[in-house]
Design a protein around this ligand. Structure first.
Ligand SMILES: CCN[C@H]1CN(CCOC)S(=O)(=O)c2sc(S(N)(=O)=O)cc21
Ligand SMILES: [Zn+2]
Length: 247
């Protein structure tokens, strides 16, 4: 499998091994709230998550990821721009080496310290692999993290039980969101994602950010290689419309 990396000049070369990375519907993007169109037809989104579906938390050397049991409609997202119920598969984060950057989407020029992605897929496409090939296959809820407070998965490959966790506790008060059609922000960059970006960030402590930054890209018996700056820079909007659920 082709390796890929985040440091800036190498992100510009993802397309050499992953042609989709130069598609017309790539993510992340810069959100300009003044250019977003208020769409009165957009309904509120609803998540009904079963805390019992949470399985493990993993440092895969590229992010910190929590995986959920998605073998049936156990934790689902519906409404908003979506038709049907999308199954929660995993959540993960992107963050910077300091609090002034790290998010993937940028809102009115603002980079948040981190961005949390909750990845859901449309079971009408049979399985996750099938969903990746459909433009309505996947829905990712993006939540921005800003700093105002994780230990035993310090190194790549480390995994631990992560159960009885209801990820809806991570949602901010407001359900206001932007939505647009885009892609995975990592290779192969399939353009199968309906993005639902929540306008209101959630607050995390400096300690919590430090915990994320204390994760290592490398395995247990290798030198510490801080897992930071695992974000892709914004990609060309190419005429896409970003809709807002709020005025
Ligand atoms: C490092 C690899 N990341 C990707 C791996 N997966 C997709 C392909 O799988 C076979 S995934 O569904 O876990 C997601 S979601 C996601 S983002 N940042 O756009 O929300 C990237 C990826
Ligand atoms: Zn992501």
């Amino acid at each position: 499998l082709h390796g890929w990396f985040y440091d800036c000049d190498r992100e510009a070369r993802w397309h050499e091994n992953y042609p989709l990375a130069k598609g017309d519907n790539q993510s992340p993007i810069e959100i300009s709230s003044k250019d977003a169109r208020y769409d009165t037809c957009l309904s509120p989104w609803h998540a009904s998550y079963d805390p019992g579906a949470a399985k493990t938390i993993l440092n895969n050397g590229r992010t910190c990821r929590v995986v959920f049991d998605d073998t049936f409609d156990r934790s689902v997202l519906r409404g908003g721009p979506l038709s049907g119920a999308y199954r929660l598969r995993q959540l993960h984060l992107h963050w910077g080496s300091s609090d002034d950057h790290g998010s993937e989407h940028v809102v009115d020029g603002v980079k948040y310290a981190a961005e949390l992605h909750m990845v859901h897929w449309n079971p009408k496409h049979g399985n996750f692999a099938g969903a990746l090939k459909q433009s309505d296959g996947v829905a990712v809820v993006g939540i921005f993290l800003k700093v105002s407070e994780i230990d035993n998965i310090k190194t790549k490959g480390k995994e631990a039980p992560f159960q009885h966790f209801d990820p809806s506790i991570l949602f901010p008060k407001s359900r206001d969101y932007w939505t647009y059609h885009g892609s995975f922000t990592t290779p192969p960059c399939e353009e199968c994602i309906t993005w639902i970006l929540l306008r209101e960030p959630i607050e995390v402590s400096a300690d919590q950010m430090a915990k994320l930054r204390s994760l290592s890209k490398n395995g247990e018996n290798e030198p510490v290689n801080p897992l930071v700056d695992n974000w892709r820079p914004p990609q060309p909007v190419k005429g896409r419309i970003v809709r807002a659920s709020f005025k």
